[in-house]
Design a protein around this ligand. Structure first.
Ligand code: CU
Length: 413
């Protein structure tokens, strides 16, 4: 980073300037409501796929509690770590202006919260609207330690730059792992990528149509009423899996992504990568009945290592007009055409179609750049114990790392 162009200001003058800024531009900050949550991180037994697994979760729930704030609010989350692992919580996508210490990055912005210790995250959620997520940022624990972070506009739902929906539903796509997530992390550090998730989930449920016991299951059920519009706040909380999501007989209108409004566009397939969030409108305009929503896990092209085929499903169920109950039980559910799991063009076009909505409450993207950076991202390896040379690629002598301009981060020993 360069300090070129930044005037040198004596410390006292700089402090005065900051206070002045808060008093003039900070009116909403000064009066901002504080949203408070307590997150108890602990291990609980959960049964999925006919098997009991010890999982690390917040407040005993999978997915964890949804946080709802109004843009401009302050958020205060007290994390009580009753798990045997070091933990941090990252507020994925929150810009953390003037609060980067609350970003939840272990060994960079904070020491991890040790077992039987507490930590409080405090920060403002300002200048962003839509859906984000929170998740753990130590090892692979984000597979089960995650939840929605919903930021509503300060002038209410009628100020959405799209038709006001009748209902809003968070929908979290994820992976279910039978194996111990701490072991999974150790295996990956050793360069062993042979572990696979057990199944995929929608809102923590494995989905149908059949579970391991052979019983027909609906999985996550979205109850709808003819003519109503639903805002699905889609979140991909999986460790590795990119999904295609379809609902038989229905289309999506994409209206926001990663808490940014986009120019609305219509599609029958959503592509969503890990850590990504997408807000979509679905109108219940199909003949009343039962429709499957299906999420298919994408595969990288061969000759990359191929995963088993994974999908999960939920149902869209039309409420009967006469008595408000679910009707049409004896009508077979409609199944969508599944996209091919090797179809990479659909995700390319889905994401290529996303363009930012120019919005009166958002600053415009600057078109002039003062400096240009050339950044390469890559995977590589470093030798254990600071050795200058070692065996690579799957050897215990080296550790797999991600690198930026060929420089990797190494945890302090
Ligand atoms: Cu994250």
């Amino acid at each position: 980073m360069t300090s070129r162009g930044v005037p040198v200001v004596p410390a006292v003058a700089a402090a005065t300037a900051i206070i002045f800024f808060v008093l003039t531009a900070g009116q909403p900050t000064a009066t901002a409501a504080i949203v408070e949550h307590t997150f108890i991180v602990s291990q609980v037994n959960m049964t999925r796929s006919c098997k009991e697994t010890l999982v690390t979760v917040v407040n005993g729930q999978l997915p964890g509690p949804a946080i709802e704030v109004t843009e401009g609010n302050s958020l205060s989350v007290h994390v009580v770590n009753k798990s045997p692992y070091n933990i941090t919580i990252h507020w994925h996508g929150v810009k953390q202006r003037l609060s980067c210490w609350a970003d939840g990055v272990p060994m960079i912005t904070q020491c991890p919260i040790r077992p039987n210790h507490n930590f409080t995250y405090r920060f403002d959620v300002a200048g962003q609207e839509g859906t984000l997520l929170w998740h753990a940022h130590v090892g692979c624990f984000r597979a089960t330690l995650h939840g929605a972070l919903i930021i509503r506009p300060r002038h209410g739902a009628s100020s959405y730059p799209f038709p006001k929906p009748h209902m809003e539903i968070p929908m979290i796509l994820g992976e279910w792992w039978d194996m111990d997530l701490a072991q999974l992390d150790r295996n990956m550090v050793d360069g062993d990528f042979l572990d696979n998730p057990t199944a995929m989930t929608i809102n923590g449920q494995l989905g149908g149509p059949f579970d391991c016991s052979g019983i027909v299951k609906d999985g996550f059920v979205l109850d709808v009423e003819t003519g109503m519009t639903y805002l699905l706040r889609l979140i991909n909380a999986a460790l590795f899996t990119e999904f295609y999501l379809k609902i038989a007989g229905h289309k999506f209108t994409v209206v926001a992504s990663d808490a940014n409004y986009v120019n609305p566009y219509t599609t029958d397939t959503i592509a969503i990568a890990p850590g990504e969030t997408t807000d979509v409108l679905v109108v219940a305009d199909a003949p009343p009945g039962k429709y499957y929503m299906v999420a298919v896990a994408l595969q990288t092209p061969k000759p990359d290592q191929q995963l088993p085929f994974f999908m999960t499903s939920g149902t869209v169920q039309y409420r009967s007009h006469n008595n408000g109950t679910r009707g049409h039980h004896n009508v077979a559910p409609v199944v969508p055409d599944l996209p091919d799991q090797h179809d990479t063009m659909t995700t390319y076009y889905f994401h290529g179609n996303m363009t930012s909505l120019r919005h009166p409450r958002r600053p415009q993207v600057p078109v002039h750049a003062d400096e240009h950076f050339f950044v390469t991202l890559s995977d590589g390896s470093i030798c254990r114990h600071g050795h200058p040379s070692c065996k690579r690629s799957g050897s215990n002598e080296s550790i797999l790392v991600a690198a930026m301009n060929n420089v990797s981060f190494q945890l302090p020993v």
